[in-house]
Design a protein around this ligand. Structure first.
Ligand code: NAD
Length: 492
């Protein structure tokens, strides 16, 4: 068993460049736990010079790593999987401390990351690089090649899972990878990088560059970075996509969401109550697949009662974690205040909850349910990213779909119903990349890929699954003729 160092606060974090931890050269930043306000550690923001040093090391390491046979690179990733599995409790604890989600939620995030890693392990068996005799004595074949130095910029809400959407696939394919974690949750990157080093990843192949906007802009502008993966808010996703594309990079930028659940009167009561409540309260509503709007079709009060009951029973600090920071608590609380002052009914009020014992300095909100929200209003349209759901009352499935279709985002949409016909209609007509039937959080399992549409995604392709292989690599086409006596064909 390979055991990683145990986390102990206060922790000093640096950049991982050329296999060593080096402090960033910019201003200092503290890491505070949203659970109890405790000081976890500190790091220095990176400057553009720090980024350049990381890219230079990555570029230097690319030749040897890309020349390493796919099967050998895959072996390193197998070791990485063993280390992550052996240390899943510790990594989940670090995610819990710095992000505030519950330990089971943190663990589930690592498990989903492992699932993508397992997909990466299977690339060696599935990507046979097809070859065909296209005319007598002439063959065509694909050669999959890595891009070179690539970068990934990640958000605070899944410190382990979101980087694992891209890192294992990009590395297995032979790229050198620069990771810019969220400045709100930088600690997990230390354990991930240590696990990869222990797994045998050569120095320089992975770099971690801590920081914020300056590093992101540097990544978009750096001429030696060939592709950028981004996950975060729509506002920043759009900026990063435009900037990266303007310098000729391949870019795939996933943005925010406003996910709609459609509740029909024929839905199974218990299943729907649980699914809806857990969708908007899980990870304290801080996931891009969380339910945000409930389109209640006709008389569904008997099911809404169950949603309220389950959400009310969700204890903060036990079943639901903290919100990332006090400014987010303030922002969400003010939005609920505004909704109330505009006549929206607060069916369940999560403002000013009693914090779990010993966590009084943490950032807490309880589940909140707003009823009678008007389509087109702020509470129907803006991503709140907290444990709040807005109920919009509608008279028909057509009306529900019209509202869902008019929202600019496009991550998830789910329908709760017992009718196959209604389910099929939603699957066909919802404007979302990921649709669910009787599932509150319709995240596809691998190898089905993850990505939304519209304002939830800028760029072509998907962040996981087979399509992601094409994002992190080029397909070279090789045409050969060794039988020199063969005739020229009509294309020769
Ligand atoms: P964010 O956009 O604030 O930050 C994401 C990353 O961008 C971070 O690394 C941050 O340092 C950097 N950044 C922030 N502002 C920047 C700027 N002005 N210029 C350049 N870089 C900047 O997002 P967040 O608050 O960390 O995460 C929450 C958001 O991420 C939500 O909107 C959520 O829906 C979204 N998200 C989307 C997905 C998805 O798959 N679509 C998954 C997870 C999270």
């Amino acid at each position: 068993m390979k055991t990683l160092e145990k986390f102990e606060a206060p922790f000093k974090l640096g950049n991982f460049i050329g296999g060593s931890w080096i402090p960033g050269s910019g201003t200092a930043c503290t890491v505070i736990s949203p659970l109890d306000g405790n000081f976890l550690g500190e790091f220095h923001f990176s400057t553009n010079e720090d980024l350049k040093a990381a890219v230079a090391k990555a570029k230097e390491s690319f030749g040897a790593w890309s020349a390493t046979p796919l099967k050998e690179r895959t072996q390193v990733m197998f070791n990485f999987r063993d280390i992550l599995k052996d240390n899943i409790d510790e990594i989940s604890r670090i995610v819990h401390l710095e992000n505030g989600k519950t330990i089971p939620e943190a663990r589930a995030g690592v498990m989903k990351g492992l699932e993508v890693l397992e997909f990466a392990l299977s690339i060696q068996n599935m990507d046979s690089q097809a070859k065909m005799e296209v005319s007598r004595g002439v063959s065509c074949e694909y050669i999959r090649e890595p891009l070179g130095v690539v970068a990934s910029i990640t958000p605070f809400n899944f410190p382990a899972m979101v980087p694992m959407w891209t890192m294992p696939i990009a590395l297995t394919l032979g790229n050198c990878y620069i990771w810019k974690p969220s400045e709100k949750t930088p600690l997990t990157s230390y354990w991930m990088a240590c696990a990869l080093k222990e797994a045998g990843l050569p120095d320089g192949v992975l770099s971690v560059v801590q920081g914020g906007k300056e590093v992101v802009e540097g990544i978009c502008e750096h001429p030696d970075i060939k592709a950028v993966g981004f996950v975060g808010s729509t506002k920043v996703a759009k900026l990063v996509y435009a900037k990266a594309a303007s310098t000729g990079k391949r870019a795939l930028c996933l943005g925010g969401a406003k996910n709609h659940l459609i509740l029909l009167p024929d839905a199974e009561v218990k299943l729907s109550g649980m699914g809806i409540a857990d969708s908007f309260t899980g990870c304290a509503g801080q996931r891009c697949m969380a339910a945000s709007v409930l389109l209640a079709v006709g008389d569904v009060d008997h099911i809404i009662e169950k949603v309220v009951e389950r959400a009310r029973a969700t204890k903060i600090g036990e079943q639901m974690g903290a919100v990332i920071d006090s400014s987010s608590v303030e922002r969400i609380t003010k939005a609920i205040d505004r909704a109330e002052s505009e006549g929206v009914k607060v069916l369940l009020d999560g403002r000013n909850p009693v914090a779990p014992k010993g966590c009084e300095k943490g950032s807490w909100l309880s589940p909140t349910i707003l009823d009678g929200v008007k389509p087109g209003s702020e509470f129907a349209c803006d991503e709140l990213f907290g444990p709040v759901i807005s109920i919009i009352r509608v008279n028909s499935l057509s009306e529900a779909l019209e509202i869902e279709n008019s929202n600019p985002y496009g991550n998830a949409c789910s329908v709760f119903t017992s009718s196959g016909i209604f389910a099929q209609r939603v699957a066909k007509e919802a404007r979302a990349g990921m649709v669910g039937v009787n599932i509150g959080v319709p995240v596809p399992r691998e190898p089905f890929s993850f990505a939304g549409i519209n304002d939830s995604k800028f760029g072509a392709g998907e962040i996981t699954g087979e399509a992601s292989m094409d994002f992190w690599s080029n397909l070279k086409k090789l045409t050969t003729k060794w039988e020199l006596q063969s005739d020229n064909n009509w294309m020769s």
